[in-house]
Design a protein around this ligand. Structure first.
Ligand SMILES: Nc1ncnc2c1ncn2[C@@H]1O[C@H](COP(=O)(O)OP(=O)(O)O)[C@@H](O)[C@H]1O
Ligand SMILES: Nc1ccn([C@@H]2O[C@H](COP(=O)(O)OP(=O)(O)O)[C@@H](O)[C@H]2O)c(=O)n1
Length: 284
């Protein structure tokens, strides 16, 4: 029995009567989602999220302060693009040491689910800093260092790079932005990413956007992406799907149990998806 089939079956067993299961990431995720705390409110309007009413503390928020230009993998554009009313500024939560805290939205989903596409739109409309873990790692692999070579090898093989490398790149980019509202795309991708980030930065996400998309749709998009990436080939794509199911879905499940996940059907046009995404973010 393949791993994926086992996982789907396990999720379905948990999830009765969740409709399963041609083995797609979407059905697996739906089953897991169904199995987790229904109070997580995935798919409900943002105002109904239980956590929306809670002011979260950010213990180690004062760690990041410097103001320099954004670096690779980090983009930011001033508020507004479409003529609609701009989002009200996010209130800064003041940590006890007087420094400004960081607000983070994690953007998760399988490879090719549209994380980068939707993040770019959010950057265009809102004053968020977009940190793509993948972009930061791809920039790092060009450094010519032994660590850069290790990252290149792991990406080509569809593996998850050790957390200390990725977190250090993220932390540097956060420092360099001089801002405190971040859209972190493609991270955390496994439990090690998640727990190390939380313990090292003290940051908990305000919201986790989960782009839920069937594998066959993601596969088609990745094969058509045409960005010259070493991992957008059929062999590596298969490995990335497996890693996503095996390592990344449990992270989503973790945040779902905390009521922080908004599951978004990513098998739609980019415009339709964005309508839903912006509604979630505008309410933050
Ligand atoms: N909703 C969508 N419908 C069709 N194609 C899409 C959609 N969203 C993204 N794409 C395309 O699919 C490919 C993968 O999208 P991307 O945003 O890079 O995904 P991810 O960051 O999750 O890997 C890109 O070529 C992108 O233009
Ligand atoms: N947190 C992360 C994010 C990406 N990566 C690596 O970077 C690759 C590409 O990630 P990405 O987010 O840019 O792209 P997609 O796989 O989502 O299309 C992953 O397959 C991993 O090899 C990682 O190791 N750790």
């Amino acid at each position: 029995m393949t791993f994926r089939r086992r996982l789907v079956q396990a999720a379905v067993a948990l999830a009765k009567p969740a409709a399963a299961s041609r083995g797609s990431v979407a059905t697996t995720a739906a089953a897991i989602q169904h199995a987790t705390n229904s109070a997580a409110c995935t798919g409900l309007p943002r105002a109904q999220f239980p956590w929306a009413k809670v002011s979260l503390g950010f213990a180690a928020a004062g760690l990041m302060t410097v103001a320099e230009p954004p670096s690779a993998g980090c983009t930011s554009t001033a508020v507004k693009a479409d003529g609609q009313a701009a989002a009200p500024p996010l209130p800064a939560v003041k940590p006890q040491d007087g420094s400004v805290s960081h607000k983070v939205v994690f953007v998760l989903g399988g490879p090719g689910s549209g994380k980068g596409t939707q993040s770019a739109r959010l950057v265009e409309e809102f004053g968020l800093v977009h940190l793509s873990a993948g972009d930061l790692l791809r920039a790092h692999m060009k450094s010519g260092s032994p660590e850069g070579q290790m990252v290149a090898d792991m990406i080509k093989d569809g593996k998850i790079v050790p957390s200390h490398v990725t977190i250090s790149l993220l932390q540097q980019a956060m420092d360099n932005s001089g801002k405190h509202k971040f859209l972190i795309d493609g991270f955390p991708r496994n439990e090690e990413n998640r727990s190390s980030f939380e313990s090292q930065t003290g940051i908990q996400p305000e919201l986790v956007l989960f782009f839920d998309c069937p594998e066959e749709v993601m596969e088609r998009r990745l094969l058509g992406r045409n960005e010259g990436r070493t991992d957008d080939n059929m062999e590596t794509i298969r490995k990335r799907f497996k890693v996503f199911i095996e390592s990344s879905l449990p992270v989503i499940q973790h945040y779902e149990a905390l009521g922080k996940v908004a599951r978004i059907n990513a098998d739609r046009s980019a415009d339709d998806i964005y309508k839903e995404v912006r509604r979630l973010v505008v309410e933050l």
